[in-house]
Design a protein. Structure first.
Length: 313
């Protein structure tokens, strides 16, 4: 369960040293028991259009029913699939429920792996798909090797670069193939995948309904496109991604979603729901002291907790 980060070519700075959610140029958003140098010079703004392989664009922000409803979902899934995006071959795993009904709209969950991982590993240990029990479609993208991370896989957090293009292209394709509820598109991830989910929530908040992440940080790089329902967990003794990264993320989304501070405890323990948030954009914060993987592990309660949060939206 090794985790990671992305490079866009700048000086190195630990995110914990910035003292705010301004974009760090590099930092420790590494993996289980190791740290990784990362550059996340994040600039740009969100767009609602995705460019497909034939160069056309498709509006993904209208909330209209997806064009894939009523279609055959295709061959059995669960193995890595390939897609060309901006001249680069990308991989992902698509997991469609065994009982898939092409005339029923399903939530769609993007699940981003950590540094050095891949989509298959994320699918194995997040356990969100298992908790969903066939009630959602999941897609597990594969990151590219990063030169400044000894070629370990990770994500480019810049919304103008290749991994956002990958997200846009995948979403456009899946909307054309499957019956997706346009009001219930979600993102999740651990560590580096948590950073990616925060960025997706920020810069694709016009299409993302909610995010759920563990041991991540951000968002960085400018004004977000709007409030996004947010579930966050971070270990107080995390020796890989500093606890302050999680508290900064919580503070960002609590303010963005109009919350007035901590409220009552909610399931699973040790989570707490913020109060007086935008009704469409609740915030749940889960501060824990589990010691596994140097405090940087994925708690057993996180997968069911994230799915319950998504399912309630």
């Amino acid at each position: 369960m090794s985790e990671g980060t992305a490079d866009s070519g700048g000086p190195t700075t630990d995110p914990a040293e910035t003292g705010s959610n301004t974009a760090p140029t590099s930092g420790d958003i590494g993996g289980t028991g190791s740290s990784g140098e990362a550059t996340a010079a994040v600039t740009g703004s969100s767009t609602g259009d995705a460019t497909t392989d034939d160069g056309t664009t498709g509006d993904m922000t209208t909330g209209e029913p997806a064009g894939g409803c009523g279609k055959d979902p295709g061959p059995p899934n669960g193995m890595p699939q390939k897609k060309m995006v901006e001249g680069t071959e990308r991989q992902y795993i698509l997991a469609v429920p065994a009982s898939y009904d092409p005339n029923k709209q399903y939530p769609l969950v993007f699940a981003w792996h950590g540094r050095g991982g891949d989509g298959a590993l994320a699918r194995l240990y997040y356990k969100i798909e298992e908790a969903a029990q066939g009630e959602a479609i999941f897609v597990y993208p594969y990151g590219l090797p990063l030169a400044d991370m000894m070629n370990q896989t990770g994500w480019d957090l810049d919304p103008g670069n290749e991994d956002f293009a990958f997200f846009d292209a995948l979403l456009a394709d899946l909307n054309g193939q499957l019956c997706i509820d346009q009001q219930r598109i979600f993102s999740t991830g651990h560590s580096f995948g948590g950073y990616m989910s925060n960025q997706i929530g920020c810069f694709r908040g016009d299409v993302i309904r909610g995010i759920g992440l563990v041991a991540g940080g951000g968002p960085y790089g400018g004004a977000c496109s709007g409030p996004v329902a947010t579930w966050l967990a971070h270990g107080t003794i995390d020796a890989v991604v500093p606890y302050s990264e999680g508290t900064n993320s919580h503070a960002h989304w609590s303010a963005a979603n109009g919350c007035a501070g901590a409220g009552d405890a909610v399931d699973p323990a040790p989570c707490v729901a913020d109060v007086d948030c935008d009704p469409e954009s609740p915030v749940t914060w889960c501060s824990h002291d589990e010691a596994g993987f140097s405090g940087h592990g994925w708690p057993s309660w996180a997968g069911p907790g994230i799915w319950a949060f998504f399912a309630a939206l």
